[in-house]
Design a protein around this ligand. Structure first.
Ligand code: SAM
Length: 283
């Protein structure tokens, strides 16, 4: 899979590519990245990429022309808005998306990262200043993506987040394929195909819940002991304990996720039990 990044700060990404899982994935050719300097697509002495906003107001706006030329260099033309879509048109075309990083975008989620990981190419346009001329969004972009409800000074950090979360879901990138199924926002047990090998699982599939807490040696640290259940080797008890912790953590930190989570009857009972003490204590 290939990521193309359009940016005015190409140097931003160098250390990002040189470390960890991404470095290995790049080295093994599982992931490719192209970084495209927007200033290379300008035609004036000052290599100008921005201009003042029509209608006045604060700041500057990234001009459409250099971005359009950068996209053209990647073979990307304005989206055709045919009245009757041609079903043959998209056959054999690499599956790709053009994404504008924007605080106004739809939220980036693990589910979307999974969707992107199944594509051949993802093009990420990084805004700066007050943002990008809206016609780029209208003409070229399949979606606007936000990495959270806050405003960054540029889309580069957001592009790095999207690449990081997406590339680790590409088959072969993580050493253990199951890892991404068992972590926060992971898929439900029923959807996990890589099981039934007789080896006790580290937990149930996360089923859209947050992950459980992790502990390692020493068993006692700064007067706090790791939970006894994790030390006793009873895998069924460990799985149950971990599931309960997932439910507790999700309820405490992200109660909004519970409604979308894949819950068993046992989970629902556990949730009721967890909720009870706080309900009795409320006025
Ligand atoms: N005027 C814009 C607004 O209020 O929505 C903010 C522009 S911001 C200072 C500059 C660039 O940072 C944006 O064009 C976008 O590419 C990027 N950016 C800022 N916040 C972001 C977020 N939450 N998610 C993704 N990209 C973001």
């Amino acid at each position: 899979m290939r990521f193309e990044i359009v940016t005015i700060f190409p140097g931003f990404f160098s250390s990002f590519f040189e470390n960890g899982i991404l470095r290995r994935a790049l080295g093994e050719g599982l992931v490719e990245v192209g970084v495209h300097d927007l200033r290379a697509f300008t035609h004036d002495r000052h290599r100008t990429v921005d201009d003042r906003p029509f209608g006045g107001g604060e700041g500057m706006v990234l001009k459409p022309q250099p971005i359009a030329e950068a996209l053209a260099s990647l073979g990307i033309e304005p989206l055709k808005r045919a009245a009757v879509p041609d079903p043959e048109a998209s056959k054999d075309v690499p599956r790709s998306r053009v994404i504008l990083l924007s605080a106004q975008g739809r939220p980036f989620t693990q589910a979307l990262a999974r969707e992107l990981a199944s594509l051949d190419r993802v093009v990420l346009i990084c805004g700066r200043y007050e943002g990008v001329d809206e016609r780029i969004n209208e003409l070229y972009c399949d979606m606007e993506l936000s990495i959270g409800d806050y405003v960054l000074s540029g889309g580069e950090l957001a592009a790095a987040v999207v690449i990081d979360a997406t590339m680790r879901l590409i088959p072969g990138v993580l050493g253990n394929e199951a890892s991404s199924e068992f972590e926060s926002f992971g898929i439900a047990d029923g959807q996990i195909v890589s099981q039934a090998d007789g080896v006790p699982r580290s937990q149930h599939g996360a089923g859209g819940l947050l992950d459980y807490p992790h502990y390692t040696r020493p068993a006692e640290f700064a007067g706090l002991r790791a939970p006894e259940v994790l030390l006793n080797g009873d895998h069924l008890q460990i799985r149950r304990w971990r599931r309960e912790q997932q439910l507790r953590k999700t309820l405490a930190n992200r109660p909004d996720l519970i409604q979308y989570a894949a819950l068993s009857d046992e989970d629902r009972k556990l949730l009721d039990a967890i909720r009870k003490p706080s309900q009795t204590g409320s006025p």
